[in-house]
Design a protein around this ligand. Structure first.
Ligand code: R5P
Length: 260
């Protein structure tokens, strides 16, 4: 791995623990003004001190994150679809030159294995990896799952392994029963998405289970910014990811912050 790419990877996977708490706030790219992100600037600001990196689109980045903020950026570079139509028809939305201009630490692109857009999104990932390798920018493959797809270990192992074989430097997927098998068969770091909002303790348990099963961190959005105490939730998740907290200890972190 060349120095620039390794340096950017180390900005995301914190060298002290080899893990990461990525805050995902990119949902608007196909969902529009998602609950909790109607005004992304106000949501992001109090969470910034606790995020190892921020996953978002360039539009929100430019308008809401101060350039002096010391937070690594994972830039979403795929889209072109909305919740109203076929989601798997995504294509590239950002030129790599703009990603470089924005000084990003990684780029993120969704793939839709088993969906109509499978071939196109996989070939788009391959192009993104070529560009990333050329410019020293790691690529996070996002294993997007359509409404009708089963999120089991067999399917997620397939999607994650294909992403890694194409050359993605990290993969984001979902936790599932048998997740350790997904991690074992994916030869690059795996992080999990949080998915739909859960009760806080359940979301903490999800993060804890993923770390137990070998995930290198989380790329979590709704379970943080839709919480009744987003700062409490991100601190609780940090405790799990970086400090080895169990579910109860981390839940106490959330409750203490909420009680302030
Ligand atoms: C999809 O909207 C994005 O890739 C999100 O970044 C991803 O789903 C993680 O966010 P959440 O934890 O809300 O699922």
């Amino acid at each position: 791995m060349d120095w620039g790419l390794a340096n950017r990877m180390a900005r995301i996977l914190k060298p002290d623990t080899g893990r990461t708490v990525m805050l995902a706030v990119d949902h608007g790219y196909f969902l529009g003004p998602t609950s909790g992100l109607e005004e992304p600037g106000g949501t992001i600001a109090p969470l910034l001190p606790y995020a190892d990196s921020l996953m978002l689109t360039r539009g929100v980045l430019r308008r809401t994150v101060p350039p002096e903020a010391d937070v690594p950026i994972v830039l979403r570079v795929s889209g072109g679809t909305s919740i109203l139509r076929e989601l798997s028809a995504e294509g590239p939305t950002v030129d790599v030159e703009d990603a470089i201009r924005l000084n990003v630490s990684a780029i993120a692109m969704s793939i839709f294995v088993g969906a109509e857009g499978e071939r196109t999104t996989l070939l788009n990932l391959a192009k993104a990896v070529d560009l990333g390798e050329r410019h020293g920018i790691p690529v996070l493959a996002v294993t997007a799952v359509g409404k009708d797809m089963v999120r089991d270990a067999r399917y997620l192992s397939l999607a994650c392994r294909i992403a890694a074989e194409i050359g993605a430097h990290m993969v984001k997927t979902y936790h599932c029963d048998g997740f350790e098998e997904v991690v074992r068969s994916t030869p690059v770091p795996v992080v999990i998405a949080g998915g739909k909002k859960l009760p806080e303790r359940d979301a903490i348990r999800l993060a804890w289970s993923a770390i137990r099963d070998g995930a290198r961190g989380v790329d979590m959005g709704r379970n943080i910014f839709q919480s009744d105490c987003p700062v409490g939730m991100i601190r609780a998740v940090r405790a799990v990811v970086h400090e080895g907290a169990d579910v109860e200890q981390a839940h106490q972190v959330y409750l203490r912050e909420k009680g302030r």
